[in-house]
Design a protein. Structure first.
Length: 230
């Protein structure tokens, strides 16, 4: 398959997934794609780290790793990759821009390769999944990232290819940052194995993980309600 064929398929897939006749879904996508919507989740993850680590050094190290995920994923994408590649967002694409379903005039920046939403959220989801070692938390965090990916397609500000590459880059970043954490945390701090059913294998209390999941669920509920009054 040559590049032109791939680009054409990418456009056709986007037009299949973009928009709908539902004003409610329009509002829901706008709420879910807004960064401020997820502030409670970030606070809950910080609480999880704060509650389950007994030294300021380790807490700061984990927070630094999470920030490194954002820098290596979204910041590099926005400041280097997007301007360098220069692939139009669907909403600005000269070929299909006029027929993309735009919600509330939201078109995003000019360039969209690759998706910062996809790589940012997936790198964070993967890093915390490897850190905490809870299958339930992993499910909810990965789902959270995929919900963000859906909003970008629905709003027509990314092609499926942008999302796919963003998820791949986010995977690489999440694994790399966790590897750095694992390597250097063993040097700085003693390793303890937790065998109690109240804790994950990496020492995170399951009741604290439940708090993060509850915050995420309540955020979804808020988004569902907020979308009806946007």
């Amino acid at each position: 398959m040559d590049m032109e064929t791939f680009i054409q398929i990418d456009r056709e897939l986007l037009l299949m997934l973009n928009g709908s006749s539902s004003l409610y879904l329009d509002g829901l996508a706008r709420v879910l794609t807004t960064a401020a919507t997820w502030i409670p989740l970030y606070v809950a993850l910080f609480y999880l780290v704060l509650k389950n680590n007994n030294s300021v050094q380790k807490i700061l190290f984990i927070v630094g790793c999470a920030l490194l995920c954002v820098v290596l994923a979204g910041t590099i994408d926005d400041t280097i990759v997007k301007p360098l590649v220069g692939r139009w967002r669907p909403t600005h694409d000269p070929e299909i821009g006029a027929i993309v379903d735009v919600v509330d005039g939201y078109r995003g920046g000019r360039f969209g390769f690759f998706s910062a939403h996809a790589c940012n959220t997936f790198s964070i989801a993967l890093f915390f999944s490897l850190l905490v070692r809870s299958r339930l938390l992993t499910f909810f965090l990965v789902t959270w990232s995929l919900v963000n990916c859906w909003t970008r397609l629905y709003l027509g500000v990314h092609f499926p290819g942008d999302i796919l590459v963003g998820l791949c880059w986010g995977t690489a970043v999440g694994i790399l940052v966790y590897w750095l954490y694992y390597r250097y945390s063993r040097r700085m701090m003693s390793t303890v194995t937790f065998v109690s059913s109240n804790y994950t294998s990496s020492g995170y209390q399951k009741t604290d993980i439940d708090i993060v999941i509850c915050v995420l669920i309540f955020t979804y509920v808020f988004a569902l309600i907020r979308a009806s009054i946007v």
